[in-house]
Design a protein around this ligand. Structure first.
Ligand code: ZN
Ligand code: ZN
Length: 630
C-alpha cells in the first residue's frame, strides 16, 4: 500500500538534524539589532522598526510552550488515564517520527517573514495592537473559507495517489499524541500554509489587521490542533447535551481520534459541521465519546521503581520530554536536558514533601495490562537512615493502592526491595496477612539471568557482597553444580551450609581479602568495589555485577557486565520509554521476574530469601513467555 514518498516530502533542513534550530539565529540577531543598535540608529534618522522578528520569536516560543503543555497534560496519567480514547499505546518509532513536530513552527516564522518582506504594508507598524472587529473578521474567515478549503483539501489528500505519497505519514500514528497534529510531510505543510493565510491575508486586505491577530491565530490554531490529537476525552457529555449545537461547531478528541482509527471519516479541521454537510461524519462519533467517558480499565501488573540520579526524574516523570525518555538514560550525552539542572532540587524538595507514588508509563502484553509507578525518591535517599520509615510507608501505600486498582502482582524494583530497607519485601507481606495482590521482588529471575551470563565449564568464581540474598542464591546454586566459590564472608558460609549437599560443601571457600581473587578471572560483584579493590582482578576479568549503582569501570583491560536485563517478548505493545539505562524493549531482571510471576499466575509472594530450587523454573518460564537474554 505504501508508495515512495512524494516530491518535497522531506523538509529542506532535514539533513541538518538538531542544527536546524540555528535557523532561528537570524531572527535573534535581527531582533537584537532592531531593539538596540539599529533601533537607536533608525530613531536618530527618523526611521522605524515594527520588531517583526522579535514577534516571530515570541510567537514561536508560545507555540513550543503550547505543544509541551499539551504533551505534559496528555501524559499525566493521574488526570487522563480514565479518559484515554485509544489504549493501544504508542511506539518508539512514533516518538522518533514525531520528534520533529516543531518543523512547522520554524516554517511559519520563515514564511511569515518572507511575506512581511515581499508584500508592501504587511507590517505591524501599519496596524493597531488589538482590533476587535478585525478579530471577528479573522474568525469568520476561518470558520467559512479556511475550514471549507481545508475540508476539501483533506478529502483530496485521502485520494489513494496523495494518501500513499503524503498524507499516510500523518496517519501512521493510529494512537495520537498532541504533537501528532503537526506531523506531516513538507509539501502538505505548504498546502496548510495557504489555508492559514486565507484569514490572515483576508483580514489584512480588509484593512482590519492587528498585531494581536497573528498571536491569536497561531496559538489558537495550535491549541485546537493539539486538543484534537490529545487522545483523552475531556469534553463532558452533559456539556454537549446542554448545548446541542456545540458538536457541530467544535470537534472533540474522540471525534478526531476516529479519523485516525477509521481513516476515511471525520475529515473536518476543527468544525464537524463540514463533515455533517459533506456526509462524511463517522456514525460512531457520539457513541465513542460517551463510551470513553464511561469505561474504567484495570491494571493487572505494577512495577514500582524510583529515581536514581537527579536528572533521572525527568526521564521518569510522565510530564517530561518524550524523546528524552525514549532513549536510555545517559545524562552526560543527552545535553538537551542540562538546562533542567536548576529545577532538580526544587522538584526533589516538592516530591520529598508532598510526593506519593505516581504512574510513569504503561504498556501491554497480550494478556497483561501493566503500569510503571515511581516512588518519589532518589537512589541516595534510600541510604539515609531517617528516610527508611517514610520510604517503606510510601511502598506500603503503593501496594494497597495497586490492590485497590485491581492489580494481581506488584513488583518492587531497584532499591524498593533492598534487604536493609524491608527484607526484600518481607515486611509488607508480614504486615498484611491477607493481601490479595502478590508482592514480588523478582530476585529469582535476576539470579537466573546472572547465572546464565556466566561462562560454561566454570571452575571458580570470586564472589563479593556475599551476605545478600542474591549472592547466597548464586553461591548455593553454583556450589551444587561443582563450581568453587571464593567468598569473603563467614556469615555466608554458615547461613548456606545446610543448603549445599554434603559432598559439595568443600566448594565453598572462605577468603578474607580482594587479593585472594587475583587468580580468578570471573568476579561476581554484589557490593560496591572501589577501583583499588578492582585492581586485584587478573587481566581480562569480566566483572558480573548486581550492585546499585554499578561499580566504576576503572580497569581498561577488563570488561564490565551491566545490570541484569532481559528483552521483553516481541508482542509487547505501547512501550515508548526506556527503563532508565536499559536499551529499548529491555527491562531490569526483577521487572521481568514480576511479569513472569504474573503471566504464570503464581500465587505465592516472592519476598525475602530466594528459593534456589525455583531459579531454573523461573528461567524456563521466562523463555517460554518469549523473554530473551540480552
Ligand atoms: Zn487524514
Ligand atoms: Zn490528525
Amino acid at each position: 500500500m505504501a508508495s515512495k514518498p512524494g516530491v518535497w516530502s522531506d523538509w529542506p533542513w532535514q539533513s541538518l538534524g538538531a542544527w536546524k534550530y540555528a535557523l532561528f539565529a537570524p531572527f535573534v540577531v535581527k531582533a537584537i539589532h532592531e531593539n538596540f543598535w539599529g533601533g537607536l540608529h533608525w530613531q536618530l534618522h527618523g526611521g522605524g522598526s515594527d520588531n517583526w522578528c522579535l514577534h516571530m520569536l515570541i510567537i514561536a516560543a508560545l507555540r513550543y510552550l503550547n505543544g509541551q503543555l499539551w504533551m505534559n497534560l496528555s501524559r499525566c496519567y493521574y488526570l487522563t488515564s480514565k479518559y484515554q480514547i485509544q489504549t493501544k499505546g504508542i511506539t518508539f518509532e512514533q516518538v522518533d517520527r514525531e520528534s520533529s513536530w516543531d518543523d512547522n513552527i520554524l516554517l511559519h516564522a520563515i514564511v511569515g517573514t518572507m511575506v512581511h518582506e515581499l508584500v508592501p504594508g504587511f507590517t505591524f507598524t501599519a496596524c493597531k495592537f488589538w482590533d476587535p472587529v478585525g478579530t471577528l473578521i479573522l474568525l469568520l474567515l476561518h470558520v467559512g473559507p479556511a475550514e471549507y478549503v481545508y475540508y476539501w483539501a483533506h478529502r483530496a489528500l485521502h485520494h489513494h495517489y496523495l494518501f500513499s505519497r503524503y498524507h499516510s505519514h500523518h496517519h501512521s500514528s493510529f494512537v495520537t499524541e498532541p504533537v501528532t497534529g503537526t506531523v506531516h510531510p513538507f509539501a502538505e505543510h505548504l498546502l496548510y500554509l495557504v489555508i492559514i493565510y486565507i484569514p490572515l491575508m483576508g483580514t489584512w486586505l480588509l484593512g482590519r489587521a492587528s498585531m494581536s491577530m497573528f498571536y491569536v491565530y497561531a496559538i489558537g490554531f495550535d491549541f485546537m490542533n493539539a486538543m484534537g490529537h490529545c487522545n483523552f476525552e475531556f469534553m463532558p457529555a452533559c456539556l454537549l447535551r446542554a448545548f446541542p449545537l456545540l458538536k457541530y461547531l467544535v470537534y472533540t478528541p474522540s471525534y478526531h481520534s476516529l479519523h485516525h482509527s477509521r481513516v476515511h471519516t471525520n475529515f473536518a479541521l476543527f468544525m464537524p459541521i463540514y463533515d455533517y454537510l459533506g456526509g462524511t461524519v463517522d456514525a460512531s462519533s457520539d457513541e465513542l465519546h460517551a463510551s470513553v467517558r464511561r469505561k474504567k480499565r484495570k491494571t493487572e501488573f505494577v512495577y514500582l521503581m524510583h529515581a536514581t540520579e537527579l536528572l533521572s526524574i525527568f526521564h521518569l516523570l510522565p510530564l517530561g520530554i518524550p524523546s528524552f525518555a525514549a532513549w536510555p538514560l545517559n545524562t552526560s550525552s543527552q545535553w538537551y536536558v542540562w538546562p533542567l539542572w536548576p529545577l532538580t532540587l526544587p522538584v526533589m524538595a516538592l516530591l520529598w514533601l508532598f510526593g506519593q507514588a505516581f504512574v510513569s508509563d504503561n504498556y501491554q502484553l497480550p494478556t497483561l495490562r501493566t503500569q510503571t509507578w515511581v516512588i518519589p525518591r532518589f537512589g541516595f535517599q534510600y541510604y539515609l537512615p531517617f528516610e527508611k520509615k517514610r520510604i517503606n510507608k510510601l511502598i506500603d501505600r503503593a501496594i494497597i493502592e495497586a490492590e485497590q486498582e485491581g492489580a494481581r502482582v506488584i513488583c518492587l524494583g531497584a532499591l524498593n526491595k533492598s534487604e536493609s530497607l524491608n527484607g526484600g519485601g518481607e515486611l509488607f507481606v508480614n504486615k498484611h496477612k491477607h493481601l490479595g495482590i502478590r508482592v514480588v521482588n523478582g530476585n529469582t529471575l535476576t539470579a537466573a539471568i546472572i547465572l546464565n551470563t556466566l561462562p560454561n565449564n566454570l571452575k571458580e568464581v570470586f564472589l563479593t557482597g556475599a551476605t545478600s540474598n542474591l549472592s547466597q542464591a548464586i553461591a548455593i546454586y553454583l556450589c551444587r553444580k561443582g563450581v568453587r566459590m571464593l567468598t569473603q564472608s563467614q556469615d555466608l558460609y554458615e547461613s548456606i551450609l545446610t543448603e549445599v549437599p554434603i559432598g559439595y560443601r568443600q566448594n565453598l571457600v572462605q577468603v578474607t581479602k580482594y587479593q585472594d581473587g587475583q587468580n580468578c578471572p570471573v568476579w561476581v560483584v554484589g557490593k560496591w568495589a572501589t577501583p583499588s579493590d578492582q585492581k586485584w582482578a587478573p587481566p581480562h576479568t569480566h566483572f558480573h555485577q548486581f550492585v546499585i549503582p554499578p561499580i566504576i569501570e576503572s580497569r581498561q583491560d577488563c570488561t564490565y557486565g551491566k545490570l541484569a536485563g532481559i528483552q521483553l517478548p516481541k508482542d509487547i505493545k505501547g512501550m515508548r520509554s526506556c527503563e532508565m539505562t536499559m536499551p529499548r524493549g529491555v527491562v531490569h531482571a526483577c521487572h521481568a521476574g514480576g511479569l513472569v510471576h504474573s503471566l504464570e499466575g503464581w500465587m505465592h509472594h516472592e519476598v525475602g530469601t530466594i528459593d534456589v530450587d525455583r531459579i531454573d523454573v523461573t528461567w524456563n518460564a521466562a523463555l517460554r513467555h518469549g523473554f530473551k537474554p540480552v
